[in-house]
Design a protein around this ligand. Structure first.
Ligand code: SAM
Ligand code: SF4
Length: 314
């Protein structure tokens, strides 16, 4: 389905929980978030019903996110239910990777087609500091488990933070020499926990090209501009919501774990989908798509959403 600006919407990001086993400084409050009552978050059946309705509205790709999707009870049932929807072409997941050692193989069996794993540093101490409680070895083991489970096209999400991990740009790009992965550098967006961080933290992703001049453009994918070092196995993606507004190419809608459809990540416009079924549910999704704003104003006034990133899913 097309929105009012002529963009074809084919991608749903479905947040299945706002809880997480990490507390990344830019995303979650240090004390975590209060656990909601079960009845306040979408049930397994509701997640699948919303997925099916979205596919009927033209969605071809669903990404499960959170919080951390792998801490959600029933995540495998959600994956099985969604992957069985006729017309859905891709079921993807963005995860911090910490639970992949145990779960990668079963996720593959449950129909997940692709994984994005978040990894902001390759130094163990720095990793524990950014995530406040994470262990780098778990995530590296998770990436290995994903490869063993035959996940292909693995992507690593690296949020670029000036003064914190920009000295690792070269090390991250070097991973693409032998791994067929896409390393995606994401510009830090000033919202929630990092809304008032100092200006030097917000580094344009183009810095990656300046630091690694050997990178050459290759075919772009979705919202990412893509590059590679000629002859290397993997690619490098730049996601630049701050320096290059990609709103005109945005093809996505989001649903939060409490069942609100968000036409835009940075708008606080939300439509409740709970309690709706069949044609009513589809009509609400169509209304949400039609209301998708033309663009965000992150760079002129900041994000309009009052939610933290763990409540939306990135
Ligand atoms: N827990 C999972 C993970 O970390 O991959 C999924 C949810 S997380 C909110 C989704 C993505 O959003 C992660 O790659 C994370 O690094 C990114 N993210 C969180 N806060 C961000 C911010 N302020 N700016 C840019 N990316 C952010
Ligand atoms: Fe958790 Fe992902 Fe947010 Fe980190 S970025 S706190 S792993 S939800």
């Amino acid at each position: 389905m097309q929105d009012n600006c002529g963009r074809t919407i084919r991608y749903l990001r479905l947040s299945v929980t706002d809880l997480c086993n990490y507390r990344c400084r830019y995303c979650m409050p240090e004390a975590g978030v209060e656990k909601r009552a079960h009845r306040d978050i979408l049930s397994v059946e509701e997640c699948v019903e919303i997925g099916r309705a979205a596919v009927n509205c033209g969605v071809k790709k669903i990404r499960l996110t959170g919080g951390e999707p792998l801490v959600r009870r029933g995540i495998l049932d959600i994956c099985r239910g969604l992957s069985a929807i006729e017309g859905l072409e891709e079921l993807c997941m963005t995860t911090n990777g910490s639970l992949l050692p145990q779960l990668a193989a079963v996720l593959k069996e449950a129909g997940v087609s692709r994984l994005n794993v978040s990894l902001d540093t390759l130094y163990p101490d720095r990793f524990s500091s950014i995530t406040r409680c994470g262990c780098l070895a778990d995530v590296l083991a998770g990436l290995e488990a994903a490869e063993r489970a035959r996940f292909t096209h693995l992507k690593c999400n690296v949020v670029l933070i000036g003064g914190l991990n920009d000295d690792e740009i070269g090390d991250f790009v070097a991973l693409t020499e032998h791994h067929p992965w896409e390393i995606r550098f994401i510009e830090l967006m000033p919202m929630g926990q990092c809304a008032d961080w100092e200006q030097h933290c917000f580094l344009p992703a183009e810095e990656v090209l300046r630091r690694v001049p050997a990178l050459r453009p290759c075919e772009s994918s979705g919202t990412a501009a893509r590059y590679r070092v000629p002859g290397w196995r993997g690619t490098v993606g730049l996601i630049e919501p701050m320096s290059h507004r990609f709103c005109s190419r945005c093809d996505r809608i989001r649903v939060t774990a409490d069942g609100k459809l968000k036409p835009c990540l940075h708008s606080d416009a939300e439509l409740s989908l709970r309690g709706l079924h069949g044609a009513e549910l589809e009509n609400a999704i169509r209304r949400g798509i039609a209301q998708k704003p033309e663009q965000h104003h992150l760079t002129d006034g900041g994000s309009d959403t009052s939610r933290n990133m763990n409540e939306i899913g990135g």
